[in-house]
Design a protein around this ligand. Structure first.
Ligand SMILES: Nc1nc2c(c(=O)[nH]1)N[C@H]1C(S)=C(S)[C@@H](COP(=O)(O)OP(=O)(O)OC[C@H]3O[C@@H](n4cnc5c(=O)[nH]c(N)nc54)[C@H](O)[C@@H]3O)O[C@H]1N2
Ligand SMILES: Nc1nc2c(c(=O)[nH]1)N[C@H]1C(S)=C(S)[C@@H](COP(=O)(O)OP(=O)(O)OC[C@H]3O[C@@H](n4cnc5c(=O)[nH]c(N)nc54)[C@H](O)[C@@H]3O)O[C@H]1N2
Ligand code: SF4
Ligand SMILES: [Mo]
Length: 747
C-alpha cells in the first residue's frame, strides 16, 4: 500500500500534463486545425469513450452542462476520421500481401475508406465495386440459413444503426449478435443484472458529484476516460477519498494534471488522486473484496438494517466472509490483513461510496464473481441506491452501451423480446446465439457462412490471432462496415468474398442520430457534412446501408425498411420497444437529451422480481502460478514466468494505434514488456535487454524489457500485438476472455 505516494515513474511525475498539451497544440495548430476545431464544436457525442462528452449543448459540454470537457483522446479520434480518402488507384498499386505487412498504425494512416471494395479469394488485390454489386452480394450472403449467419459490432455506431442491425438479424430468425461488449463489460452486465435487475451503472454524473469516496478498480481512467479524472480531482478537493485497486501503478492515478484545472496543473504539477493505492495479484479481486467484507463486519461497519430491508441472501454473504480465514485471503490477493483493514475503515466510514471499475475486473475467468463481490461490498455498507453512491462500470466505446440497450446481444431482455415480437408479428429466435468467442469457435468448426461486421476489428480484438485468422478464413462472405482501415481488413479475410463498405462517421451523417453514454445519458447528434466528396469518395450512412440490405433480404416485410431510412421513424420504433427510451420518440422536436428511465437508483428499490437486491456468494479464485513445465521448458532453463496483463497504451484506441510510445509508462514503442525490476534481477535480465515472451498459443521475439511500478510476478504488454500469445480462457457466464491474466514465460 502506498499512502499519497510521491513517485516519479520513468521520468513522469503525473498523468496528463505537458505531453498532453503538446499534443493539443500540435494538432489544433496544424493545417487540419480549423476542420478539427469545427468538428470538436459539432453538436455530437465524442467518438472515443463512453464518458459521453459533447452533444446538443456543444462539443465541450458534459452531461451536467459543465464546459471545457474535451480531452486529447477525442482530438486523436477526430483527427483520424479527418484524414484524406484512400486514393482511387491505391488497391491496384498494392497487393494484399503488401497490405498484410502494415502495422496497426500504418493501416490507420492509409486514410479514410471512401469507396466499397471486395477481395475475392485467389486474387492478389482488393478491387473497387459498385454499391449495386455490394447490395447483391451482401443480400445473397445474408439470405442463408439464419443459424449460419452472424453479425459482430463495435460500439461506435449510432443507436439507430444498432437497432436496425438487430432488427434485420432478428427478422431473419438469427440470434447470432456478437458484439465487442462480449470482450469487454459483459461480466458487468451479467453480474449487475442478477444482483440489481439492471446491467448498467446506477450512478449518474450528477450523483457521482455527491460522493465522498470512490473505489476505482482495474481502470486506467487517466488514459481511457480522461474526463472522469476531473470528477476525482473535485472529489479530493471537497475532502473525499479515492481508493485505487490495480496491480500496476498508473502514474495518472497518483497525480493528474488536467487542463480543466490549469493553476494546479502548472504550479503544482497536477492534482493528487489516490488516497490509498492497493496492488493486488491479477485476477484476485474477489479475495480482496471478501477480505474487505470480513473486515467491515469485524469493525462493525456494516448496515444490517439496510441489508435486511433491501437485499436477499445477505446472511450467506456475511457467513462466507466471516468463515474465510485471513491467511487464505491475504495469500490469494497478495494484500496484508492490515492493509485490507485500513481500506475497509475508509470505505465503512465514508457516507457515500461509488464503486467504479473497468477491464481489470471484467477480463478474468471469474469476471462475474468479481462484479458480484464488488456489489456485495457496496450493499453491506448501504451504498446501493442512494445519491452519491452505488456501482458504476466505466464503459468502453462511445456507444457500446447503446448497442446493448438496442438489443444487440445474445441475451435479449424479455421485455424487448415481447415488444419486438409484436412489432415483427412473429416469435423471435432467442435460443443459443453466438457471442464473440462462440462465433470464432463456430466459424473455426465451419458452422458460419456469412459474417456482417458493423465496425470494429473482430480479428485483432480476439485472443489467439492464429485461430481468429483461421476461423474467419472459413466464413464464405465477410462484410466489414468501416470508416478506417485496420489489421482485420487485411488479415481477417473470408473464404470467398471479403467486402469493406465505407460509411460516414458520427459527425458526418446526413441525418440526426443518438448515442448512450456509460452513465445512461442519451445524446442527440446533429446532422453533419463530410470532407470526403465525389468523385474521390462514394460513401453511405450506416442507416442507409442497413435499411437497403434489409430491404433486399426482406422486401417490405414485416416493416417498411426503406421508410426506416428516416431516422426519426427508427426513433419512434425505439421509443415503443426499448424500455426506458420512451422520450426518444419526441427528441427531434424537443431536442431534450435525457437519462434513461429505471437505471439510476437513488432509492434502494431495484427492478428485480422482489424489488430487493439479490446477493450471491463469490468463491475465492484458485490462482495457479505457472510452472516451467506449463511452457514445456526444462527445469534449468533460464527465464521467469510472469502473469501478463494486456491492455492499452496512452496512444491507441483499442486495436488502432495512433502513436507508438507510451510516455507515462516509459515504454518507447509497442514491443515492450513492462516488469518489476526485482523480477528482472531474479531472471538475470537487465533493463532494455531484448527477450522472447512465450504463451500457450505463440511467442513474440525481440521484446524490450522496461522496468516499472508493477507488482512482482506481473508483466504488462500492449494489445493487439500480444493477442498472438495466448488462447482464450473465458468466464463461461459471460464469454469474456481473461486478457488480464495471461501466463507467459520470459527468457
Ligand atoms: N484512449 C483510449 N480510451 C479508451 C480505449 C482505448 O483503447 N484508448 N478503449 C475504450 C474501451 S473499449 C474500453 S473497454 C476502456 C478500457 O479502459 P481500461 O479498463 O481502463 O483499460 P485497460 O488498458 O484494459 O486497463 C485496465 C487496468 O486494469 C488493471 N488491471 C489488470 N489486471 C487487473 C486485476 O486483476 N485487478 C485489478 N484491480 N486491476 C487490474 C491494469 O493495470 C490497467 O490499469 O477504455 C475505452 N477508452
Ligand atoms: N489482449 C486484449 N485484447 C482485447 C482487449 C484487451 O484489453 N486486451 N480489450 C477488448 C475490448 S475491451 C474491446 S471493446 C475490443 C475492441 O474491439 P473492436 O471494437 O472490435 O475494435 P476497435 O479497434 O475498437 O475497432 C476499430 C475500428 O472500428 C471502425 N470504426 C470506427 N468508427 C466507426 C464508425 O462510426 N462506424 C463503423 N462502422 N466503423 C467504425 C474503424 O474501421 C476502426 O478501425 O478489444 C478487446 N480485445
Ligand atoms: S473523456 Fe471520453 S467522451 Fe470525454 S472527451 Fe475524452 S474520450 Fe471523449
Ligand atoms: Mo471495451
Amino acid at each position: 500500500m502506498i499512502n499519497k505516494p510521491e513517485i516519479e515513474q520513468n521520468g513522469q511525475s503525473s498523468g496528463g500534463g505537458i505531453p498532453l498539451l503538446q499534443y493539443w497544440a500540435e494538432k489544433t495548430l496544424s493545417p487540419q486545425g480549423l476542420q478539427l476545431w469545427q468538428t470538436l464544436n459539432h453538436k455530437s457525442a465524442c467518438l472515443a469513450c463512453a464518458w459521453g462528452t459533447g452533444g446538443q449543448k456543444g462539443g465541450f459540454v458534459n452531461e451536467n452542462g459543465e464546459s471545457l470537457q474535451r480531452c486529447m483522446k477525442s482530438v486523436e479520434a477526430i483527427s483520424a476520421e479527418l484524414l484524406p480518402p484512400i486514393s482511387r488507384d491505391f488497391f491496384q498499386a498494392y497487393c494484399i500481401e503488401q497490405l498484410q505487412q502494415l502495422s496497426s498504425q500504418e493501416c490507420d494512416r492509409l486514410g479514410r475508406w471512401s469507396y466499397p471494395v471486395i477481395y475475392r479469394a485467389g486474387s492478389a488485390h482488393y478491387e473497387r465495386i459498385s454499391w449495386e454489386e455490394v447490395y447483391e452480394i451482401a443480400a445473397h450472403a445474408l439470405r442463408k440459413n439464419p443459424e449460419r449467419v452472424a453479425s459482430y459490432s463495435s460500439g461506435r455506431s449510432s443507436n439507430e444503426a444498432a437497432y436496425l442491425l438487430q432488427l434485420m438479424m432478428r427478422a431473419k430468425g438469427s440470434n447470432n449478435l456478437a458484439d465487442c461488449s462480449d470482450l469487454c463489460h459483459a461480466a458487468s452486465t451479467v453480474g449487475l443484472k442478477q444482483v440489481f435487475g439492471s446491467g448498467t451503472s446506477m450512478v449518474s454524473l450528477e450523483s457521482l458529484q455527491h460522493s465522498d469516496c470512490v473505489v476505482l478498480i482495474g481502470s486506467n481512467a487517466p488514459a481511457n476516460h480522461p474526463r472522469l479524472m476531473n470528477e476525482l480531482i473535485k472529489l479530493r478537493e471537497r475532502g473525499g477519498k479515492v481508493i485505487i485497486i490495480n496491480p500496476q501503478i498508473e502514474i495518472g492515478l497518483v497525480k493528474f494534471a488536467s487542463p480543466a484545472f490549469p493553476i494546479k496543473s502548472l504550479l503544482r504539477g497536477g492534482s493528487d488522486i489516490s488516497t490509498l493505492y492497493l496492488q493486488p495479484i491479477p485476477g484476485s479481486d474477489v479475495a480482496l473484496f471478501v477480505g474487505l467484507q470480513k473486515s467491515l463486519i469485524e469493525q462493525n461497519l456494516i448496515k444490517t438494517e439496510y441489508l435486511s430491508a433491501q437485499t436477499e441472501n445477505w446472511q450467506a454473504i456475511l457467513n462466507y466472509a466471516q468463515a474465510m480465514d485471513w491467511e487464505t485471503i491475504s495469500n490469494t490477493c497478495g494484500i496484508s490483513q492490515e492493509e485490507i483493514e485500513a481500506t475497509a475503515y475508509l470505505i465503512g466510514t465514508s457516507e457515500r461510496v461509488v464503486f467504479a471499475w473497468a477491464m481489470g475486473v471484467t477480463q478474468q475467468t471469474n469476471g462475474v464473481d468479481n462484479v458480484c463481490s464488488i456489489a456485495n461490498t457496496a450493499l453491506i455498507t448501504g451504498n446501493g441506491g442512494k445519491l452519491g453512491a452505488g456501482t458504476m462500470p466505466i464503459r468502453g466505446h462511445s456507444n457500446v452501451q447503446g448497442f446493448g440497450s438496442m438489443g444487440v446481444t445474445v441475451r435479449l431482455r424479455k421485455e424487448i423480446q415481447a415488444a419486438l415480437e409484436e412489432l415483427l408479428g412473429k416469435p423471435l429466435n432467442v435460443s443459443g446465439g453466438y457471442d464473440t468467442r462462440a462465433l470464432i469457435t463456430a466459424a473455426d468448426e465451419g458452422k458460419v457462412d456469412t459474417l456482417f461486421c458493423l465496425g470494429g476489428n473482430i480479428y485483432a480484438a480476439n485472443p489467439d490471432l492464429t485461430q481468429a485468422k483461421r476461423a474467419l478464413g472459413k466464413i464464405e462472405t465477410i462484410c466489414y462496415v468501416a470508416t478506417k482501415p485496420n489489421l482485420g481488413h487485411f488479415h481477417g479475410l473470408g473464404q470467398k468474398n471479403t467486402l469493406v463498405l465505407p460509411v460516414f462517421a458520427r459527425f458526418e451523417n446526413p441525418h440526426r442520430t443518438t448515442t448512450e453514454s456509460g452513465n445512461n445519458f442519451v445524446r442527440l447528434n446533429d446532422v453533419g457534412k463530410s470532407h470526403l466528396q465525389a468523385p474521390d469518395a462514394d460513401l453511405v450512412s450506416e442507416v442507409e446501408l442497413l435499411t437497403e440490405i434489409a430491404y433486399r433480404i426482406h422486401g417490405d416485410e414485416p416493416v417498411n425498411w426503406r421508410k426506416l431510412q428516416d431516422t426519426q421513424y427508427i426513433r419512434q420504433l425505439i421509443g415503443k420497444t426499448i424500455p426506458g427510451y420512451e422520450k426518444i420518440a419526441e427528441i427531434d422536436t424537443t431536442k431534450q437529451e435525457f437519462i434513461i428511465g429505471d437505471r439510476i437508483f437513488t432509492e434502494p428499490k431495484f427492478p428485480t422480481p422482489t424489488g430487493k437486491a439479490q446477493m450471491f456468494v463469490t468463491p475465492l479464485p484458485q490462482l495457479k502460478t505457472p510452472t516451467k513445465a506449463d511452457f514445456g521448458v526444462g527445469e534449468d532453463a533460464p527465464g521467469i514466468s510472469l502473469i501478463l496483463g494486456t491492455g492499452r497504451s496512452y496512444g491507441q484506441h483499442n486495436t488502432v494505434v495512433y502513436r507508438p510510445e507510451d510516455k507515462y509508462r516509459g515504454m518507447p514503442h509497442r514491443h515492450c514488456l513492462l516488469m518489476n525490476q526485482i523480477d528482472g534481477k531474479k531472471a538475470g535480465l537487465a533493463e532494455h535487454q531484448r527477450v522472447t515472451v512465450k504463451g500457450d498459443a505463440g511467442q513474440l521475439e525481440n521484446i524490450e524489457v522496461i522496468f516499472g511500478s508493477i507488482r512482482e510476478g506481473v508483466g504488462f504488454m500492449f494489445y493487439p500485438e500480444a493477442n498472438i500469445l495466448f488462447k482464450a480462457k473465458i468466464d463461461p457466464r459471460c464469454g469474456t476472455p481473461a486478457y488480464k491474466r495471461v501466463p507467459v514465460w520470459v527468457y
